[in-house]
Write a protein that binds this ligand. Sequence first.
Ligand code: UDX
Ligand code: ADP
Length: 474
Amino acid sequence: MSLQIKKVCCIGAGYVGGPTMSVFADKCTDIIFNVVDVNVDRISAWNSDDLSNLPIFEPGLERIIRKCRGRNLIFSNEVNNGISEADLIFISVNTPTKTKGEGAGKASDLKYVESCAKQISKYAKGHTIVVEKSTLPVRTGELIKGILESQKSSIKSPTFDIVSNPEFLSEGSAIKDLEFPDRVLIGGSNKKALLALGEIYGNWVSKEKIIYTNLWSSELAKLTANAFLAQRVSSINSIGALCENTGADVREVARAIGTDSRIGEKFLNSGPGFGGSCFKKDILNLVYLANHFGLPEVGSFWESVVELNTWNQKRLSSIIMSKFNSVRGKVIGILGFAFKANTNDTRESPAIQICKDLLSEGAILRIHDPKVEKKQISIDLGQSFKEYLLCNQSKEFNNLKKWEKFSLDKELFQDTDALVILTEWEEYSKINWSVIANWMKSPGWVFDSRSIVDSKKILKSGLNLWRVGDGTLN
Ligand code: UDX
Ligand code: ADP
């Protein structure tokens, strides 16, 4: 007999916790899912009547929230209460890269995980299954176990099982990934606890797709999956740069190698470099672990994946600048600020570094993104809140303002010297270039870092085009 789960608590209502628990609640109507977070604004946004105001944009999320919120899906700031009532707790808090102390710049900062574990040990009642959902370095389970057990004072003290269940969802397709996962990974040592979680997934995932492993394998598998994916992006970007210098076309090379079933066709899109909250952080974590365990060659192998990514972003800024004597005073439209399409997330977005590079050379930027808010762009570009407010008050766009957020209409394109496509939003592939060319300064440039425009149409309109992976097209 496995353990009966009636109430689940998820600590952390972020990009992972929010969508994950929403799909769980949709698929398991006889379980209550309580999503708790210390962030008051975030929880009130999750509870907002206006569903277009949810803190996270994910296709399909609104529909599920409408159906489940208030039924068996609750968002609240009552963290301790949520812990006390739960049979199973997901830890889904942030694990940023450490900025201080041993491993700074590489290792994950586990302070939020530790504080969660302390709260759980204090408020949990009876027997509780504690599930690591956040991506964590190998052997974090041991740390959590240590904290939970250190509080044990009597026979009546709560008892715990630690399980690792990493999330493989990808932003922008999170709901689809959760509803139809390639696999579900559950790691741990207590069979009953593993099966209890497996049974929850069993409501919509077939048994063959649920993989059971030991705790450490599960933790390492998550880091490894992200490292392999990131490595593919750096690999194809390195080949893209080579193509630009040799007359080859990276799309043709990708198609040619992707048809080899051992290589496969996915994750071969050359672009501005990978962003998102996971890839860089997880690889640096792997580098730290490798060095920690005396394997510096392994560490430097993985570190090169991040180094190539940083170089690739810088390369793009340099290419844009190289087309002008100087970008000082040049008006450049930035199309896309999110790290990929279909998300409002800007964490580690290549757009941040590229915009900073152009701003520091004196360019004036008109930024468009359908989902990223102006305030977020302001934070990412390191603008002070006062500057942001000033920028917001004035309707005029003038040279004193270094950047401004624009809608995707004539005002953005009028008299621009260049347009840089940084995120593959669908609307950019539908732009009517013959109309835009008349609004832009001549000779106008289009830099397509995502390969989404029709190159023939751009060239026919008289614009100059640079495209990732084959360079300047005439
Ligand atoms: C990733 C993993 O895919 C997911 O399994 C894990 O749970 C979290 O990290 P995510 O960061 O949301 O998901 O997005 P992903 O689609 O993997 O893209 C990451 C970055 O790589 C993006 O910046 C994307 O634009 C870039 N990318 C991806 C490419 O440049 N080319 C590609 O072919 C694929
Ligand atoms: P992810 O992308 O992994 O979901 P986010 O940063 O989007 O990460 O979300 C993590 C959430 O965890 C944040 O909203 C943060 O407020 C929350 N959080 C961190 N520590 C705690 C804690 N001890 N108790 C409750 N919530 C926490």
